[in-house]
Every structure is written in structure tokens, then in C-alpha cells.
Design a protein around this ligand. Structure first.
Ligand code: ZN
Ligand code: ZN
Length: 165
């Protein structure tokens, strides 16, 4: 399986190494990508564990897991990276509605490990789909076809035979 982060590498040669803690991300962008991949593969514990110590106090694994489970995570697009920030768009489907979450995230090294601190959401929108509606029907072409970084894309397939499976 391809890595959900859109690297075009296999998952087990990319973010899975971090999610299973065989390796630790050496950059903020690697951590950000691995957190997206953890959402996509529904690994709530990893998302919780990679919050910084202070923001972690306001999180719960149960809530993170519920949100990860509720969404189909289609694609990640990284727009801009600095040493400690990553601006990205995450595309996902919830309640058959296609959404884009664009965020500029802040990361920090804590005891030698990159952690997610917080982020400014610059856009959080439903995306108008086929017929001027954000609602995806099961027979529509899967919206992952629009994103070159979609990891589970089956070119030209209907939603019901692709990401909705
Ligand atoms: Zn990856
Ligand atoms: Zn798809």
C-alpha cells in the first residue's frame, strides 16, 4: 500500500516506520506527514502521543480516534515548510461531503523529538463537487481522482468502488 502522506513511497518504507516507532521523524514535515498517515490509517494513539506536552493535556485518544474513524482521508498536499512550520491541505470525506482543511501548523522539538504544538486553520470548507454540491454520491467518480497525492486512488473508479469501500 502507498503511504497516505502522498510521498509515493510504500507505507512500510515511509510513515509506518514512525507510527510504529521504529524511527522518529527528523523534521517537522516528517512528523506532520506521519500524523496525517496516522489519521488515514486510524491510529489515534500515535496522534495523541505526538502532541507537545502542553497541548496534549487538552486532548483525548478517544476523541481523536472517533474523528479519525469518522473521516475518509483522501489526500495530503504540503504547500510550504520551514524548520518548525508546515502549511498543508488535508482532503477528506465526512458524511459523504468532500472537505478541505488548510492549516499552518507549528511544531517544536521536545526532548529531541518533534511534536505538534498548534495550528492556524486558514480554510475549512466543503468542496463543491460534480453538480455544484459538496455531496458525493456512490456512483460519482471518486474525488480522490482530483488529487495527484491520493494514496488509495483507483483511477476513474466510482466512489463506491474506490475510497468508499
Ligand atoms: Zn509517508
Ligand atoms: Zn478514491
Amino acid at each position: 500500500m502507498l503511504c497516505p502522506c502522498g510521498s509515493t513511497l510504500l507505507f512500510n518504507a515511509c510513515c509506518q516506520l514512525f507510527i510504529t516507532q521504529k524511527q522518529y521523524p527528523s523534521t517537522a514535515e516528517q512528523l506532520m506527514r506521519s500524523r496525517f498517515s496516522a489519521y488515514a490509517t486510524k491510529k489515534g494513539q500515535y496522534i495523541f502521543d505526538t502532541y507537545g506536552a502542553t497541548p496534549q493535556l487538552k486532548q483525548s485518544v478517544t476523541e481523536i480516534q472517533a474523528w479519525a474513524d469518522e473521516c475518509l482521508w483522501l489526500a495530503l498536499v504540503v504547500h510550504h515548510t520551514t524548520e518548525s512550520t508546515v502549511e498543508f491541505s488535508a482532503y477528506y470525506v465526512v458524511d459523504n461531503t468532500l472537505c478541505e482543511l488548510r492549516e499552518k501548523s507549528n511544531f517544536s522539538l521536545e526532548q529531541g523529538r518533534w511534536r505538534y504544538i498548534d495550528g492556524d486553520i486558514t480554510l475549512h470548507n466543503e468542496i463543491t463537487f460534480n453538480n455544484g454540491t459538496p455531496t458525493i454520491k456512490r456512483n460519482d467518480i471518486c474525488p480522490c481522482n482530483y488529487y495527484s497525492t491520493a494514496w488509495s486512488a483507483k483511477k476513474g473508479k466510482k466512489f463506491k468502488h474506490c475510497c468508499a469501500k
